[in-house]
Design a protein around this ligand. Structure first.
Ligand SMILES: [Zn+2]
Length: 474
C-alpha cells in the first residue's frame, strides 16, 4: 500500500517534471521583486549540486500526460448505466453538432472583442432559455466579456461548471477553415478547445431540464473570455466563486478517454542586470559589463529546478547590448518556471534571491522578479474521488476513463484551493480532442454522447450528495 502510493507520487512527479507550455503568452500579474546591493566580490559561483539534471530532464521527451490510474489491484466498480440518460444524450448529438458548427464558425480570439461578443450573446441566449439568471460582465483588462449563469435548485450542493469562449486564433481564421467533419473527426478553430466544451455544458444543462432535475442547491456556469491568455480578467471571479462550491467541473478537452486531476503552475523568473556603459575599445575598464554579469547569474541559477518535485526552471530568453563597440549597461534574462507543488514557487524565488547576491562583475546590480501567471492544480484527494466517480460512470458505459496529470495550465488552477477539502475540482470534462492551438486541431465526435452522459450524471450524483459522490473525506 505504502509502496504503491509512493509509486503513484513518483509518477506524478515524473509526469509534471518536464511539462512544457502549450498555452499562449499570458499577461503579467503577481509580481514581486528584490534588488541585491552592488557587490565588489569577483569570486566564482558557490558550488551547488552542479549537475545539469534539470535541463536534461526538461529537454528529454516525456509523454504529454502521465497516467495516474489506480494500481491494477484496485478494482473500479462500474456504476449501473442510466439507460434513459444515455438515450437522451444520444438524441442530443445532432443538436450538439449544429451548435458546435455555429460557434466554431464565429472567430473569438482572446483579443477579438467583436467576435467574443457574438459568442457570448449565443451562450447568453441559450442559458436564458434554459431558465438561468444570466449576467454578461466586462472582464478588464481582457477584451471580451464573461458570461455567468446561475440556476437555483431545491437541494444544498453547490456546483460550478467552467469553460472558455476564447481561442488562440485571429480574425478570419473561421472563414479560412470553417467547421467540417471527416469521418468521426470535426475540424475548425477551437473545435475542441474550447467550443466543444462550451457546447457540452449547454447540452448537459438542457438535459437536466429535460429530466426536470433540480436537486442541486445552486448550479453556476462561467464562460470566460480570456483563458488562452491567462484569464487575467476572470481569475478573481473564478477563485471567489470556486471557494463557495462543493465541486467545480471544468470542460477543457482531454486528449483521449481521460479526465485531468492535476495541471502545472506557470511562472516567469526574470533577471535584470544594471552595469555601466563604456567604449569597448578606448575605455573598457571603465565599464561594468551587464551581459557578463547576467551570464554569470544564469549559470548560477540554472539548477533551481527540482526533479523530484516536478519543478523545472529553464532560461529561455537573454537580451543585452545594442552597439558592437559599447560595454552594455543593461542585460535581462527570463526563465520559464513550471511547478506542481504550490510551495515550490516561493522556494525558487528565495533561492534565486540568495544566489544573485554574489556577483562576478563589481558595481553591478541584479534584480530578481517572479511573475506568477497560473497556479498549479495540484493532486489532491477530493479531485481523485471525483475522478473515481467519473471512471465508474464511464465504466458503466463499458469505457475505461483514465485520470491523468497534464502539462498545461488551465482555469482549474484558479479554482483549486491548496489545503482545502472543497471545492473538489475535476478538469478535462470537455470533448476529446488533439492538435490544440494548431490548424490540425480536431475533436473526436465519438466522444460527444458519452461525454454529455458523463457531465449530466456527474452533476446529478454530486447534487444528490450521496455516499457515491461525496467529494469530502469521510
Ligand atoms: Zn482551452
Amino acid at each position: 500500500m505504502q509502496r504503491s502510493r509512493r509509486a503513484l507520487i513518483e509518477l506524478v512527479a515524473f509526469g509534471t517534471l518536464a511539462l512544457l507550455a502549450c498555452r499562449g503568452p499570458e499577461p503579467k500579474t503577481g509580481r514581486s521583486s528584490v534588488t541585491t546591493a552592488p557587490s565588489s566580490s569577483v569570486s566564482g559561483p558557490t558550488p551547488r549540486a552542479s549537475t545539469s539534471a534539470v535541463a536534461t530532464a526538461a529537454s528529454t521527451s516525456v509523454p504529454p500526460s502521465a497516467s495516474l490510474a489506480p494500481a491494477a489491484s484496485v478494482a473500479v466498480m462500474p456504476l449501473p448505466r442510466d439507460d434513459s440518460a444515455l438515450a437522451l444524450a444520444g438524441a442530443r448529438r445532432a443538436a450538439y453538432l449544429r451548435d458546435l458548427t455555429t460557434l466554431v464558425n464565429m472567430d473569438s480570439g482572446t483579443d477579438d472583442a467583436e467576435g467574443l461578443a457574438r459568442v457570448a450573446a449565443f451562450a447568453e441566449r441559450r442559458l436564458r432559455e434554459l431558465g438561468a439568471e444570466v449576467e454578461v460582465r466586462p472582464a478588464p483588462p481582457s477584451a471580451g466579456k464573461l458570461v455567468r449563469a446561475t440556476f437555483r435548485g431545491t437541494g444544498t450542493r453547490k456546483l460550478l461548471l467552467l469553460a472558455h469562449l476564447d481561442t488562440v486564433f485571429g480574425k478570419g481564421e473561421a472563414a479560412r477553415r470553417p467547421f467540417r467533419i471527416e469521418g468521426e473527426r470535426a475540424f475548425g478553430p477551437g473545435v475542441a478547445d474550447d467550443k466543444g466544451g462550451v457546447v457540452l455544458v449547454l447540452h448537459a444543462l438542457a438535459l437536466l431540464r429535460e429530466r426536470a432535475f433540480r436537486s442541486y442547491g445552486v448550479l453556476s456556469v462561467i464562460f470566460d473570455p480570456d483563458e488562452e491568455k491567462g484569464s487575467s480578467g476572470s481569475r478573481d471571479l473564478i477563485g471567489t466563486l470556486a471557494a463557495e462550491q462543493d465541486a467545480v467541473l471544468s470542460f477543457e478537452p482531454p486528449d483521449g478517454e481521460r479526465v485531468i486531476v492535476a495541471t502545472n503552475g506557470i511562472a516567469l523568473l526574470e533577471l535584470a542586470v544594471k552595469g555601466r556603459a563604456s567604449h569597448a575599445g578606448s575605455a573598457p575598464e571603465q565599464g561594468r559589463n551587464a551581459a557578463l554579469e547576467l551570464a554569470h547569474q544564469v549559470v548560477r541559477l540554472k539548477d533551481l529546478g527540482d526533479v523530484r518535485k516536478g519543478t523545472t526552471v529553464n532560461f529561455t530568453r537573454l537580451r543585452s547590448g545594442e552597439r558592437l563597440n559599447i560595454i552594455p549597461d543593461q542585460a535581462a534574462a527570463t526563465a520559464d518556471v513550471r511547478y506542481s507543488d504550490p510551495s515550490e514557487l516561493s522556494r525558487v524565488e528565495a533561492s534565486a534571491r540568495a544566489l544573485v547576491s554574489e556577483h562576478l562583475v563589481p558595481d553591478t546590480t541584479v534584480k530578481v522578479t517572479v511573475d506568477a501567471r497560473r497556479p498549479p492544480f495540484a493532486r489532491n484527494p477530493a479531485s481523485e474521488r471525483l475522478a473515481l466517480l467519473a471512471s465508474r460512470l464511464y465504466l458503466g458505459l463499458g469505457r475505461p476513463l483514465e485520470p491523468v496529470a497534464m502539462r498545461y495550465g488551465t482555469d482549474a488552477g484558479f479554482a483549486y484551493r491548496p489545503g482545502h477539502d472543497t471545492p473538489a475540482v475535476l478538469e478535462g470534462l470537455g470533448i476529446v480532442g488533439q492538435g490544440l492551438h494548431t490548424p490540425e486541431e480536431w475533436a473526436d465526435l465519438e466522444s460527444v454522447v458519452p461525454r454529455i452522459y458523463l457531465s449530466l450524471r456527474l452533476i446529478e450524483l454530486i447534487s444528490a450528495g450521496d455516499e457515491i459522490s461525496r467529494t469530502r473525506a469521510p
